[in-house]
Write a protein that binds this ligand. Structure first.
Ligand SMILES: [Zn+2]
Length: 145
């Protein structure tokens, strides 16, 4: 459920997205808030500026949280973002242990507004293969002491 307090922070994330456009960056913005609603960090999409396909604001904040917060603190945060996180960012959010995500536009709504946003090809994947060889570094790393 999205509360009035959530909407206030979500509007702030939309404002970050709007500001990104004025800086020449793509129109996506996010912030990470603590349990009291205090803003801990903000980010916007800098894919073009940084020539970095991973420079989505949600992933930047997930990485920031994993680096700067202890796991317990991370679970008490909420990521507010102007658009629903993509699959790359969703993976980072899960690994960083953030507690919750609140987004404005869904991916479906974004694609309706900009059909190019939905044109992601699938990549052929083959595997598994070479089990005995591939397991060796895994066994060494996780060998019980
Ligand atoms: Zn993303």
């Amino acid at each position: 459920m999205i509360t009035t307090a959530d909407e206030t922070l979500l509007r702030h994330a939309i404002g970050i997205a709007a500001r990104a456009v004025t800086l020449g960056d793509a129109p996506y913005g996010s912030l990470l808030a603590g349990p009291d609603g205090a803003i801990l960090a903000e980010a916007h999409n800098t894919v073009r500026r940084d020539n970095d396909i991973t420079a989505h604001p949600e992933l930047k904040l997930a990485r920031w949280a994993a680096r700067e917060l202890d796991p317990e603190a991370a679970t008490r945060t909420t990521l507010y973002t102007s658009c629903e996180p993509c699959t790359m960012c969703a993976g980072g959010i899960v690994r960083s242990g953030l507690g919750r995500v609140v987004y404005a536009l869904s991916t479906e709504q974004l694609v309706e507004l900009n059909p190019q946003s939905g044109e992601w090809p699938t990549v052929a994947q083959d595997g598994p293969a070479l089990f005995d060889e591939a397991r060796a570094p895994i066994d060494v790393y996780y060998r019980p002491y």
